[in-house]
Design a protein around this ligand. Sequence first.
Ligand code: ATP
Length: 312
Amino acid sequence: MSALEFDAVSVRYGKLTAVDGVSLTVPSGQVVGLVGESGSGKSTLARAAVGLSPVSAGQVRLDGVDVRRLPRRRPLQMVFQDPYSSLDPRMGIGESITEAMPRSTSRGARRAEVARLLELVQLDPERASMLPGQLSGGQRQRVALARALAGQPKVLIADEITSALDVSVQGAVLNLVRDVQRRLSLSMLFISHNLAVVRYVSDIVAVMYLGRIVEAGPAEQVLTDPQHPYTRDLLAAAPSAHRNLLADTDDVTAPLADTEPADPHHPPPGCRYHPRCPIGPLVHTDRTLCVSADPADDAAHRPHHAACHFAA
Ligand SMILES: Nc1ncnc2c1ncn2[C@@H]1O[C@H](COP(=O)(O)OP(=O)(O)OP(=O)(O)O)[C@@H](O)[C@H]1O
């Protein structure tokens, strides 16, 4: 079991700061669910761990070791929304899985290992010679998971892995991932725009807004007693999060009611959420503080914390 730590990580694309000094820990054997609107920087943060987005400041560590020092970052494996990101359409699925195994795997052991991995993701090992195009979307995603597991990871990063699938198979893939995570005691960073899905798999929930984590804590606490107005607004925009696991209405990428989506190229001064935040007017404070001062997350040492001047 291994802990993944983002320590004040920033990612810049030219003038755009997509991830801005994010600190977040995925504790050993636990699942951290990362939520937030489209463009908030979730994928960029996850990709920073596996070397797919450029870290301009800060460090990502696995058990205290800078991940850049890990050979091919093999202990960190990522599964994407589109399984074709990791599967070659011209390569048999068994071969794709074999390719991801450590070089030390003997030739003789490879075939048995492919069969073991296919069984682990509940696919018939007889299918090892099939091409990805001969499988359904859900089966392809299972193969992508088997390929990620072939690298013998300690940490699994799952980025919207069910959102491109038919609703009818989303639940099964989700159950599979959760089952595999528990069985192998993997640490997992799980990204989804669907709050009900995040609630179902996560021990900890982190909420991202314009490149920052604005709230994090034990999943139940964050989702039933949110401290940050943005988290409250997300939950209010997804009322079925508590009932229907896979309802489309939980899409938090939809703009929140009556508010302009934020422009990551021009983050507002002070608190980044202040132009959309209902709290100032509600509590009759003058909003000078929110407009002028960036709310430092003073309580980041606590299990449940939020970056808001008026956190509940
Ligand atoms: N390779 C890139 N080059 C330039 N800008 C990028 C790149 N990748 C992401 N961005 C920008 O960084 C910001 C964060 O994007 P990111 O994809 O991480 O957000 P997200 O929260 O994962 O959104 P989504 O749910 O839509 O994937 C966005 O403004 C996006 O346009």
